[in-house]
Ligand binder design. Structure first.
Ligand SMILES: *Cc1c(COP(=O)(O)O)cnc(C)c1O
Length: 433
């Protein structure tokens, strides 16, 4: 690498297509089912809450899908994001492994979520929609969508999981700054929210509940759509810009990863970095490539969930998705990695895990914060608690290389920075997590 630490990709060489992994699946996925009839859903069933162009992406099996020019222009505010060699971390661990991370915290609202928020706002605007309603966990998705809506002149309303609303008040401020209306969920504004509050007035909320509230609001008006920040095929599709860039960056330094790692909530940042590399493995190249999805021990969807049809939300309004799930009524403990508190998993990732192409691991909150501290102290970037799950796994893999005396190339996605998570870091330093 001739001594340089960052692999910069010129904006003129940016990928202009998203990669659609549906084109390369060895077996087709089980279709989503209508919540009432239990028959496969058709495009028309989804048109009450999504614009047709996103619905067509959801079901497409075309391998590459062109990124619209207007979206590409917005990406250029912060993309290509840097691929960085974590050489100080390598030295600290005294490992022969080479560790690289893709830094998605460089995006405007501090995470990978802008990759899909721009695209979703764009397609909704083109369909004549005036307002988007969504849920958010720790607030990264809500702030990304609020920013994209402001850009395209759309209104934005956000149901934010109550525990995060109180843990991360500045995320709410950020959403308000971009002009969005924000409610703590469960709220009194919807039937779904009121029902949860009747049963448990102190409910900390969950992404499943917030999704129910947002969909209930969105279906009430023709000019209003719903927007989801993860899980669905079209969301993971938009995130593949991450891995497509990384492939080119590795080509520039004549490298290819042996291990690709990402944290998983609904699976979008992981799918984003991993799918463009999995494409090779699915076609029989790079058969040794290891792909690892990392989750919190307290919300162990892939490692302990069941692979079956379940609802994406608490109130059973979404189509049934075949996925690893802890059950749509599962309320995860109030951990600080709010973005990973989701009961289900993207159907594409679930399918590929079931077929053996994706491994999964889980770690508890305290070892994850230990890893975050090591990373901050060696590399200087404060990672989001969510992303720190990927850091923990990368460190484990690097230490394994040290024991085995192998020099693998380890790639992980640093999905976001943790500057709005300093409250959690303060508790960690005071031993009161
Ligand atoms: C939202 C978020 C996640 C989890 O969501 P995925 O869809 O699984 O990527 C992870 N990291 C950060 C920084 C996030 O904002």
């Amino acid at each position: 690498m001739s001594g340089s630490k960052i692999v910069f990709l010129d904006q003129t060489k940016m990928p202009t297509n998203y990669y659609n992994i549906s084109a390369d699946l060895p077996e087709p996925m089980a279709p989503p089912l209508h919540p009432g009839t239990k028959e496969p859903v058709g495009p028309q069933d989804l048109s009450a809450i999504f614009p047709m162009e996103l619905i067509m992406q959801e079901v497409s099996t075309e391998r590459f899908i062109e990124i619209p020019d207007e979206v590409l222009e917005l990406y250029k505010i912060s993309r290509p994001t840097p691929l960085i060699r974590a050489s100080n971390l390598e030295k600290y661990l005294d490992t022969p492994a080479k560790i690289f991370y893709k830094y998605e915290g460089a995006n405007p609202t501090g995470s990978h979520k802008t990759n899909t928020s721009y695209a979703q706002a764009y397609y909704n605007k083109r369909a004549g929609i005036k307002k988007l309603v969504t849920e958010t966990g720790a607030g990264q998705w809500g702030s990304s969508l609020a920013m994209a809506c402001k850009h395209f002149g759309l209104e934005c309303e956000v149901f934010m999981v109550k525990v995060s609303y109180h843990q991360k008040p500045y995320r709410k401020t950020l959403m308000n700054l971009f002009g969005a209306e924000v409610h703590a969920s469960p709220s009194n504004l919807t039937n779904a929210g009121r029902k949860v509050l009747e049963a448990d007035p102190d409910s900390p909320g969950s992404l499943g509940i917030a999704i129910s509230e947002a969909i209930e609001k969105a279906v009430q008006r023709d000019d209003t759509n719903y927007s989801l920040g993860s899980v669905l095929n079209h969301v993971l599709l938009h995130q593949t810009i991450i891995g497509e860039e990384t492939r080119i960056q590795f080509e520039m330094i004549d490298h290819y990863p042996d291990v690709v790692i990402g944290c998983v909530g609904g699976g979008s940042n992981f799918g984003g970095i991993a799918f463009p590399f999995l494409r090779d493995k699915l076609r029989g190249d790079h058969n040794d490539l290891q792909v690892i999805a990392v989750e919190p021990e307290s919300c162990p969807t892939l490692t302990q969930g069941k692979f079956e049809y379940d609802f994406g939300d608490e109130a059973c309004m979404t189509p049934l998705l075949k996925m690893y799930t802890l059950g749509h009524n599962f309320i995860p403990p109030s951990i600080h990695a709010g973005g990973l508190r989701y009961h289900g998993m993207a159907p594409t990732i679930s399918h590929l895990h079931n077929l053996g192409f994706i491994e999964a691991s889980s770690y508890n909150q305290s070892v994850v914060f230990d890893a975050a501290k090591v990373f901050a102290q060696t590399e200087g970037i404060v990672p989001a608690p969510e992303s720190s799950h990927a850091i923990k796994e990368a460190i484990e893999q690097a230490l394994k290389c040290k024991t085995e005396g192998t020099s693998k190339t380890i790639l992980f996605n640093l999905s976001g920075h943790g500057f709005l998570d300093l409250g959690a870091y303060e508790q960690f330093l005071n031993n009161s997590l």
